[in-house]
Design a protein. Structure first.
Length: 537
């Protein structure tokens, strides 16, 4: 018998009289020690299927009109809480897509990882702490073993994702459901995590249900692939045969889609829209009973940057290298030292009130769309918020027209504007976040991992969209990403960051084709290895 056997599973979401058929009568199985990849675009039903396995969907909004989910021949569909508690986090564990919203902001990293050990293994505190340290080392977070009292907001996106993986592996589960486990991590860590998951799978005989939009990972990791489209499994076959001879038109489209093209030309002699000299952001490290400052975390340590209208500067580096902190400091969302000028005006001595009129011209798209979109506001309210602040003279009809145009521009249907963020997939939420920034017609936009939550075909669409917006409005971008393929397609110049410093910078072609620093070479090699895995198998 298979380890997991799903038959005729359907999921409906009910909102008053409106019913959305998210998953339609699908069947699949996973054998012990096997990896089944579930691929498809945002909204295809991948995550809903995974959440159904653990019975984690919110009832009565979500309903199962049909289906059976058997784990080790035990029926999970409709099983009681007592049964599910023995399974969740113990026999079946899950790595969620958005670590910032999946980790409890009020609990330390140690407490969150140890929770499953206390609950299922009944471990004593000393033994649990030892196991927590082992797990952190296992997922490459050796530095965090000295910071067990850290909270999620004190970690980078990639570090939070690895904490999630440590939590999932705590009890050595029989089945690991990994929902986009490497979207928030850079290429070097991605390579480490994939290698780690393969090693753990071989060592523990663990089965993996891998949900991803990155087909290069699928080729490297999966034994079989299920391709989902609009709630249906349209193709299910061995990995090699799927890549060599895809049957369904949708599968062929997925395999062909990837970011392409080159950045648009810009005026290199124009005055910079944004300029920073010797920018520093140092966070104090406080120790002892009196919490005295004994040292500093030098998150950004003396960086110079100039970005001109129509130019894209790519910022790459591993998690925790200071990329996002640099972006927040440039927008004066974090306190910093050093000169920051926007459109010729120094921001250093401006009060919040004085900076506010400039905010419409400088926007940011955050890395974690679920965390940055208010769950209490509809999409229309989220997108029009900036219009209310910066264009108070607009009437409701004019604002609604701008919201509709903004949604169309990022490829979302205007009628979705009355829905709430939790009703969208991760990729759709990211497009809402882009629409919110672009609706104000800014001059400078920081894009913090804007494509990390998106599937390949949508990544290509978003890159084309960002280029179009840049061409139409002569926009300046700072493009922060760990996906070097997207950076290459978007950026005129690239800055490589490590430990708060720029270790290499220059024209994108020069950095990609003739890197000088060993660290840059290592980053490119990690990205290239994943590409090689994509083409070689």
């Amino acid at each position: 018998m298979p380890l997991l056997d799903v038959k005729n599973l359907s999921v409906d979401f009910v909102n008053g009289s409106q019913v959305t058929h998210a998953v339609k009568n699908i069947s699949f199985s996973i054998e012990k020690g096997e990896t089944l990849a579930v691929v498809g675009e945002s909204g295809s039903g991948k995550s809903v299927t995974a959440l159904s396995v653990l019975q984690l969907l919110a009832y009565p909004v979500a309903k199962h009109p049909s289906g059976s989910i058997r784990f080790r021949e035990q029926e999970l569909m409709g099983a009681g809480d007592a049964v599910l508690r023995t399974i969740r986090g113990n026999k079946i564990a899950m790595i969620f897509q958005e670590p910032m919203t999946s980790l409890n902001p009020l609990h330390t990293i140690e407490k969150q990882i140890a929770e499953a050990l206390f609950l299922h293994k009944k471990m004593q505190p000393d033994a649990a702490r030892k196991r927590v340290i082992e797990l952190l080392e296992l997922v490459g977070l050796t530095k965090l073993t000295q910071r067990l009292g850290a909270y999620p907001h004190e970690l980078s996106g990639g570090q939070r994702q690895r904490v999630m993986i440590a939590m999932a592996l705590a009890n050595e589960p029989d089945l690991l459901i990994a929902d986009e486990p490497t979207t928030a991590v850079d290429v070097t860590v991605q390579a480490q995590i994939l290698k780690l998951l393969l090693e753990l799978q071989q060592k523990m005989g663990m089965a993996i249900m891998l949900i991803t939009h990155d087909l290069s990972i699928v080729r490297k990791m999966a034994n079989r692939v299920a391709v989902m489209y609009h709630g249906d499994i349209v193709e299910l076959s061995e990995t090699k045969s799927l890549f060599a001879n895809p049957q369904h038109d949708y599968t062929k489209m997925l395999l062909a889609a990837q970011p392409h093209g080159n950045p648009l030309p810009f005026d290199a002699n124009a005055a910079p829209i944004l300029k920073a000299d010797d920018l520093k952001v140092h966070f104090p490290i406080k120790t002892g009973i009196f919490r005295r400052t004994t040292d500093y975390v030098r998150a950004v340590d003396g960086i110079n940057v100039a970005i001109r209208p129509g130019q894209t500067v790519g910022v790459v580096g591993e998690s925790g290298s200071g990329k996002t902190t640099l972006g927040l400091a440039l927008l004066r969302l974090l306190q910093s030292q050093g000169l920051v000028q926007f459109n010729g005006k120094s921001l250093n001595d401006m009060s919040d009130k004085e900076i506010r009129p400039l905010r419409r011209d400088m926007q940011i798209v955050f890395q974690d769309p679920y965390g940055s979109l208010s769950p209490r506001l509809s999409v229309a309210q989220i997108i029009e918020e900036g219009l209310l602040v910066h264009f108070p003279q607009m009437n409701a009809a004019e604002r609604d027209a701008k919201v509709v145009a903004g949604l169309r521009e990022v490829g979302l249907a205007p009628e979705t504007r009355h829905r709430y963020p939790h009703e969208f997939s991760g990729g759709q939420r990211q497009r809402i976040a882009i629409a919110r920034a672009m609706v104000l017609n800014p001059k400078f936009v920081i894009l913090d991992e804007p494509t990390s939550a998106l599937d390949m075909s949508v990544q290509a669409q978003i890159v084309d969209l960002l280029r179009k917006l840049q061409r139409d409005h002569n926009l300046a971008y700072m493009f922060i990403s760990h996906d070097l393929r997207v950076v290459k397609a978007m950026s005129h110049d690239v800055m490589v960051m490590r430990n708060g410093k720029v270790v290499e910078s220059g024209p994108a072609a020069q950095v990609f084709e003739h890197p000088r620093e060993d660290y840059t070479k290592a980053l490119l090699a990690a990205a290239l290895n994943i590409e090689v895995a994509h083409h070689a198998a």
